[in-house]
Design a protein around this ligand. Structure first.
Ligand SMILES: C[S@@+](CC[C@H](N)C(=O)[O-])C[C@H]1O[C@@H](n2cnc3c(N)ncnc32)[C@H](O)[C@@H]1O
Length: 395
């Protein structure tokens, strides 16, 4: 078969991007390479193949969750199986699962590329297997599955019953309707899930640029350098302080206090924090008690909430800001108006489901911030596939 001209030029373009991704890597090139590979696949697939691929995604997630629950990736990754691999019989013996079940689950895992299969019913670890043993895979798969799948399975019915109105009320979110609680109440009632969630939060940006790699931190130093007892940065909803720790380690010379805020049940378990990081239980639905900080930092916070609640959080923050000095830094996705990356578009549906949240476009961010008396000073990002840093100040 000869490759048609458009396919041929796509393949050439992918070849060039792949070379660039190896020789001169950047987040932008990497994003573009993956985007082109997706487009190539779509161009090659027949419409029937595309439909079938989409229809059969749910069983893949269920099989993956089961493999993680059984600890299969940990076993495959053991040093003793590094060269020769491990058999389905051995996996069955170690997990107390039926060998036939293991073989059926592992067909999906190998097809997904999550390990190699050098011979029938034999499995050998690759770098994706290792990722599945680390917090991002091990805890992320378990937590996100249990948090989202029951509600996502009911989302079409929820939307039908609610006349296809856009979910905007946290108290009446699809998750509330399906399981009786929205995300943060559900997590608070499930200690094991909360621990998995916290672990996933700390690990999910592994290998990616940190906010201060994208944002020029010198903008915060300027003429108004804080003294040691003034507050430099408040990480609002900072979970266990993973971001603040990284910032403190990288910018240890910056004077001023750094404060980690989150719900009481969350911050009470924050540990291994750098010195000079203070912990403060606080709900951002209440007025901000720390006045006049240089930065109020919110990462992956606003996408959890509808505009109404975001407005409340922003107003609670603006009331604490010192004029001409304090600023808000928001790290979240800024969706492109066209061709939004699939991961962000999917996350938007997830946020809608578990708490009537939303991933926003630049226009939506501008409106949200403007309505709370703020204006955007700049938006920094390394690629359309990554979160952006938005700096906002009072109008
Ligand atoms: C998606 S996580 C983001 C965590 C962290 N900023 C990050 O980017 O990894 C949202 C965080 O908001 C916190 N949160 C939820 N409701 C809150 C509230 N009312 N006040 C303060 N924090 C809250 C959660 O406990 C959680 O740590």
């Amino acid at each position: 078969m000869t490759i048609t001209t458009p396919l041929n030029s796509m393949v050439n373009h992918i070849g060039q991007l792949a070379l660039q991704d190896t020789l001169n890597p950047s987040a932008q090139t990497h994003f573009e390479l993956l985007r082109m590979i997706d487009q190539l696949r779509l161009a090659v697939e027949t419409p029937t193949e595309t439909v079938l691929r989409l229809i059969y995604q749910p069983p893949q997630n269920a099989a993956l969750k089961t493999a993680v629950d059984l600890g299969i990736f940990h076993i495959i990754s053991r040093e003793e199986y590094k060269d020769m691999g491990v058999s389905a019989a051995k996996l069955a013996e170690c997990t107390f699962a039926d060998q036939e079940l293991i073989i059926r689950l592992m067909r999906v895992m190998t097809s997904l590329g999550l390990c190699a299969t050098p011979a029938p019913a034999l499995y050998r670890a690759n770098e994706k297997t290792i990722a599945m043993t680390q917090p991002i895979g091990r805890d992320g798969v378990r937590c996100i599955y249990d948090l989202t799948v029951p509600t996502l399975s009911q989302l079409p019915e929820y939307l039908r019953v609610h006349g296809y109105t856009n979910p905007e009320d946290y108290e009446k979110s699809p998750m509330q309707w399906t399981v009786g609680h929205s995300q943060f109440e559900w997590l608070a009632r499930n200690r094991e899930q909360q621990a998995l969630f916290n672990s996933y939060m700390a690990s999910r940006r592994q290998g990616k640029a940190r906010w201060f790699d994208m944002y020029p931190v010198e903008r915060l130093l300027g003429p108004a350098v804080p003294c040691d007892d003034s507050v430099f940065l408040v990480d609002v909803g900072g979970n266990h302080g993973h971001d603040l720790n990284q910032f403190r380690q990288t910018h240890s010379h910056i004077p001023g206090r750094m404060i980690l805020q989150d719900l009481p049940a969350v911050v009470k378990n924050a540990s291994n924090l750098e010195s000079r990081i203070e912990v403060m239980p606080y709900s951002f639905l209440d007025p901000q008690p720390v006045k006049g900080a240089r930065v109020y930092y919110f990462r992956s916070i606003f996408h959890d909430w509808s505009d109404k609640i975001c407005h409340q959080i922003l107003k609670n923050t603006v009331s604490a800001m010192a004029p001409d000095y304090s600023r808000i830094l928001i790290v979240d996705f800024v969706l492109s108006d066209t061709d939004a990356p699939l991961m962000q578009a999917s996350l938007d549906i997830q946020m809608m489901s578990i708490g009537a949240g939303i991933e926003r476009s630049e226009g939506q961010w501008r409106d949200l911030l403007h309505n709370a008396g703020l204006k955007i000073e700049g938006i920094w990002s390394q690629s359309p596939g990554m979160e952006s840093v938005i700096e906002a100040v009072p109008i």
